[in-house]
Design a protein around this ligand. Structure first.
Ligand code: HEM
Length: 430
């Protein structure tokens, strides 16, 4: 594990300074303990659900992404729309897209296993394109490439210190991009253009397909019901764009962590395969109807989300009024960073916290507890709005992987297994 991971450093500070680590000059509060995170971000959600945007994020037009938008009436309207379409009782609408794309993913892995990372990247994108806009988009397609560009630039803009000039001197936003130190302006212009394309092109294609009887989709159907209401149409467009931006790297991270975990833990893989062969058999692939008959597979999924949360520091929540907690004053405007990575490795809750041990979830109350127990999806009113869909995609991929493939490390020319290490990228997504 690289020493410069912020989540590792933050946990160290937590052990040194206590449950609340406050960085005064940045007005940031770091939470390493899930009990404290629940007390503040869930029980006091009314005041802890805002988002703070830095000047570069604003310049990039990042508020189009609902996940980064301030806690406002506009966010409430968009969140409601999300909930109507992504709640547990409606997401079976996405099942056929999830089956198709996961099965295609398996075929690609079998045909060209060396490209597993490319196939994994494509999987999450293709599910969203298909489930929301009814489009079959390949990773090399300019639409998909453009989406990746948006994710990268917005992700970069969110990292403190990535664009120091605009962070220190916000008035620089009024200067032209050729002005010394204003290179950020070019990046922002490119990002706005890429976001606009991501927001418009697939939407127009979906609407056109519905009008010309070439195919239907969730987004086109929703838009056709509110033609003429431009505010609602914009909210529908933004819901799709947000889904694309929020689903890509998170799902990719989970599935690639799963791949790595199976290579590193062959005994876990064998137990999962045994359960699937015994319960599902070998003449068909697992389906969502099998889920509650597969406790060990569920435990693998829960352990994956515990040990490898794709967004280790979540998304910052911001506080809209002064608060007092455990005798401390938490000032209005403070940004709260939930260190999900550290909470999930608390040795008092999870003995042997760094080991991949699905068995820990088999004990009482068992692995099928509420999805809200999965900290990787965040907290309170800003909890991941696509979590039921994400949960299904990741679970189905795990189950289908175990049903069909044997994952192991690469071999050298003599057939000896080359050992691989657990190296992760360090950024907003892990
Ligand atoms: C394994 C996959 C995923 C993980 C681990 C994940 C995790 C997260 C996390 C940690 C947050 C921030 C929560 C907070 O502020 O406390 C979030 C927000 C969000 N996620 Fe996900 N996510 C995943 C997939 C998805 C998918 C597939 C979608 C949409 C289809 C989605 C849509 C959103 C949205 C819209 C928000 C913003 C919620 C708001 O600010 O009100 N996510 N997600």
């Amino acid at each position: 594990m690289p020493a410069d991971d912020a989540w590792v450093e933050y946990r160290k500070w937590g052990r040194e300074y206590g449950e609340l680590v406050y960085i005064q000059d940045r007005n940031i509060l770091i939470l390493n303990d899930s009990r404290v995170a629940i007390d503040l971000l869930e029980k006091r959600a009314r005041i802890y659900s805002d988002r703070r945007m830095n000047p570069m994020m604003k310049l990039c037009g990042a508020e189009l992404n609902m996940a980064l938008a301030p806690y406002s009436d506009d966010w409430r309207r968009k969140r409601k729309l999300f909930q109507q379409n992504f709640r547990q009782s409606t997401i079976n609408r996405f099942h056929s897209d999830q089956y198709n794309k996961v099965h295609e993913f398996l075929r690609q892995l079998i045909t060209t296993p060396d490209n597993f990372m490319q196939h994994t990247t494509a999987l999450s994108q293709r599910i969203i394109f298909s489930a929301l806009w009814g489009l079959d988009v390949k990773p090399e397609d300019p639409l998909a490439q453009n989406g990746v560009k948006c994710i990268l630039t917005v992700g970069q803009a969110m990292l403190p210190g990535a664009f120091p000039a605009i962070e220190r001197f916000p008035w620089l936003r009024f200067m032209p991009s050729w002005f010394p130190g204003c290179g950020f302006a070019r990046v922002a212009e490119q990002c706005i253009r890429a976001l606009k394309e991501a927001n418009t092109i697939p939407f127009d294609m979906a609407v056109d397909n519905l009008k010309t009887d070439k195919g239907t989709s969730l987004i086109a159907e929703l838009a056709s019901k509110c033609e003429g209401d431009s505010t609602e149409v914009e909210a529908i467009k933004a819901m799709a764009t947000t889904s694309y931006l929020a689903a890509g790297d998170t799902t990719l991270s989970s599935i690639s962590s799963f791949t790595l975990s199976m290579v590193l833990n062959p005994d876990v893989q064998a137990k999962g395969q045994e359960e699937i062969d015994r319960v599902v058999g070998t003449d068909r692939l697992p389906t969502f109807e099998d889920r509650f008959s597969l406790p060990y597979v569920e435990a693998i999924y829960r352990e994956l989300m515990r040990l490898h949360p794709p967004v280790p520091l979540g998304i910052e929540h911001s506080l809209i009024e002064d608060d007092f907690y455990l005798g401390y004053h938490i000032p209005k405007g403070c940004s709260i960073i939930p260190n999900i990575w550290a909470m999930n490795r608390d040795p008092d809750v999870y003995p042997r916290p760094d080991d991949f041990l699905p068995e820990r979830f088999l004990d009482f109350p068992g692995p099928f507890t509420s999805i809200n127990d999965i900290r990787a999806y965040g907290f309170g009113r800003r909890v991941c709005a696509g979590r039921y869909m994400a949960d299904n995609t990741v679970w189905l991929t795990i189950a289908c992987f175990l049903a069909t493939l044997n994952l192991r490390g690469p071999q050298d020319k003599q057939g000896n297994v080359i050992s691989i290490s657990e190296d992760y990228s360090s950024g907003f997504f892990r």
